[in-house]
Design a protein around this ligand. Sequence first.
Ligand SMILES: [Zn+2]
Length: 55
Amino acid sequence: MVQKNYTTKNKKMDASNLKCSICRTNRGMIHKYNLNICRRCFREVAYRIGFRKYS
Ligand SMILES: [Zn+2]
């Protein structure tokens, strides 16, 4: 039981610790590319680093 609680708490702490390095929000964070930025900022940064959206 203790272990289960610890795991859950740890996950929550992880999520709240991660903030966008640009706008400091913790909502809509992107973990995929280890960028530590949110989705909104990613759109701007992605363009600079040459990440293009192909449709
Ligand atoms: Zn952001």
